[in-house]
Design a protein. Structure first.
Length: 571
């Protein structure tokens, strides 16, 4: 009986510690992103202008997937945008890794904005807690774990940059346990199964950018271990995880292959073209805030000092095996992330250097679809944070931990943690005060969305810009479709289907009768919703001047008009 009690006690203690850790980081995340938690049901993050369309795409996709999975799973790919193009969901990201956090809230509340914000805040919290736990596992220091988590939170690219533009991308919490399990190969089949599940979950956050960031370091670890006979069985199993993970992610992403087959010129069907043709500056990627691998110069010096302290032969000889594995894995993952996040050519000290990806692009047109190579460096966010925690623990070990100078050593470690915190905080905030997290309000349903839902049929919302390709107009139409889910001629995603630009060229000619008839023939258009307050004065006059051939006004207010389409006889 005593033996059983001894087993339960540590487990219960570990669970309590994990719960307290998650609660503490939840409070920190809520404070850092305030007032998002207070307005989670009525506002969305807007740290960059692209949030107004990429952010909407993020939670629209998750809402569509949730709704489809509980009502018509076989129609999951047939999202309601880009009508009448098939498989419209797969023209953009699906964010499947965020679905377990999004779907329960959305099903309970029907509020996609609330569900997205809850998933976003939850993923941030779990990423901080997982990073802390990994460093604590290697170093035995909660203070080192706090330093690492703080580095994740203060990564400008993470919470205030890329991730805020598409909140489903906040799901980075699987990276730390993947790195832990790669450092110490599992001893059981259950452990290998857990690693595979974590790998697939992390890749499905965004298969385009996350899959290379996860699988390439694992493949390198496995390959390096193959040369050592004692490590070879584990290396073979790890390669099996890489192959199985790639196969499962490919199966979950098969819809993208269908889209590629249906659109031979897909690379040109996008508002965003790849920037990989331009050489990168290595210094800019390591220091500028637009990269996941960027840190203040003082932090790079801190990491270098910690690594130097670890590499001293005496210190390395005394280091526990877990700590040595931690240094090796965190360094590998960070280095691989930095390299793959660069364009094929970089400038180093004024010299142009070709990277391995320059060779790969001779055979595979990667950068036709990877429009922002720096996003491939996503693993640098947890990787560099893990290195920061390890560097803190290593430098802290040089201070006395016992004897008459124990208190001074503790004070020194606390001062060092505070210094690291300030070095990360100052470039972020520009001072000591916390900047408010930028939000934009999100409206609820209206009388117009109710009418659209009741009448049904393909809908076009205007305006969509002079050329018909304005992402804001299309994204807001997608947002309003959350309240009616009718087929939309509008759409915004990473790519658009063949024929979409031509249909939008007709749309911007409305209320021209010939353009209307052509749209009806091609799409079965039944409703046109015009947002008068977003029109240029000349265009507003055109829509307000009275009778519009082929369009019957069914609802109007000061800023909106909803028309029913009356096709020409015989059209």
């Amino acid at each position: 009986m005593r033996e059983g009690a001894d087993e339960v006690g540590p487990r219960a203690g570990g669970l309590r510690c994990a719960v307290l850790l998650a609660a503490a980081y939840a409070a920190l995340v809520a404070w850092f992103t305030w007032p998002l938690a207070a307005r989670a049901g009525s506002a969305m993050p807007c740290t960059l202008p692209v949030c107004l369309f990429d952010g909407i795409l993020s939670f629209w996709a998750l809402a569509w997937e949730t709704r489809a999975l509980v009502t018509a799973p076989l129609r999951l790919a047939e999202a309601n945008i880009y009508h009448p193009a098939p498989h419209a969901l797969f023209y953009g990201h699906t964010g499947l890794a965020a679905l377990p956090y999004f779907a329960p809230v959305y099903l309970a509340s029907g509020n996609a904005v609330l569900a997205s914000n809850v998933a976003f805040l939850t993923a941030l919290t779990l990423t901080l807690a997982a990073t802390h736990a990994a460093v604590r596992r290697w170093t035995g220091s909660h203070l080192a774990g706090l330093v690492a988590a703080w580095m994740v939170l203060l990564n400008r690219w993470y919470v205030w940059g890329f991730v805020a533009t598409a909140p489903h991308l906040a799901v980075l919490q699987y990276f730390p346990p993947i790195i832990l399990l790669a450092a110490t190969p599992p001893a059981t089949g259950r452990g290998w199964g857990l690693l595979l599940a974590l790998v697939v979950a992390q890749c499905l956050t965004d298969p385009m950018y996350f899959t290379p960031a996860v699988l390439l370091p694992l493949a390198l670890v496995a390959t390096a271990r193959l040369v050592r006979p004692a490590a070879r069985p584990g290396a073979v199993r790890l390669l099996g995880v890489v192959v199985a993970g790639a196969a499962l992610v490919a199966a979950a992403s098969a819809g993208y292959l269908v889209i590629r087959a249906d659109n031979p010129a897909l690379a040109t069907q996008s508002l965003w073209r790849s920037g990989a043709v331009f050489p990168d500056s290595l210094r800019a990627r390591l220091v500028a805030p637009g990269s996941p691998a960027s840190l203040p110069l003082a932090m790079w010096a801190f990491l270098a000092a910690g690594a130097a302290a670890f590499l001293v032969p005496a210190a390395r000889g005394r280091a526990p095996a877990a700590l040595r594995r931690g240094w090796a894995q965190a360094t590998l993952w960070s280095a691989v992330a930095i390299v793959i996040g660069l364009a094929p050519f970089v400038t180093v000290g004024g010299t142009l250097v070709a990277l391995p990806q320059a060779w790969v692009t001779r055979w595979v047109p990667l950068y036709d679809f990877i429009r922002t190579p720096s996003r491939l460096a996503v693993a640098a966010v947890p990787g560099l944070a893990l290195l920061g925690g390890l560097a803190f623990a290593q430098l802290g070990s040089l201070l006395p931990a016992a004897g008459r100078w124990r208190r001074a050593g503790g004070t020194g470690r606390a001062a060092m943690a505070l210094g690291v915190g300030l070095v990360m905080w100052w470039p972020h905030a520009g001072g000591l005060a916390r900047p408010p997290y930028p939000l934009v309000p999100t409206p609820g349903p209206s009388e117009f969305t109710r009418l659209v839902s009741e009448m049904g049929g393909p809908l076009l919302e205007l305006p969509i810009g002079p050329d018909g390709m304005n992402p804001n107009g299309h994204a807001f139409a997608m947002y309003r479709s959350l309240f009616h889910w009718q087929p939309l001629l509008d759409g915004y995603a990473s790519f658009w289907p063949a024929g979409f630009r031509e249909r939008m060229a007709l749309a911007v000619r409305l209320p021209d009768r010939a353009a209307l008839d052509a749209l009806v023939r091609r799409t079965g258009l039944r409703l046109v919703w015009v947002h008068l307050n977003a029109l240029r004065p000349y265009d507003r006059v055109r829509w307000e001047r009275g009778a519009t051939p082929g369009l019957r006004r069914i609802a109007a207010d000061a800023d909106n008009v909803l028309f029913a389409v009356e096709p020409r006889a015989g059209a």
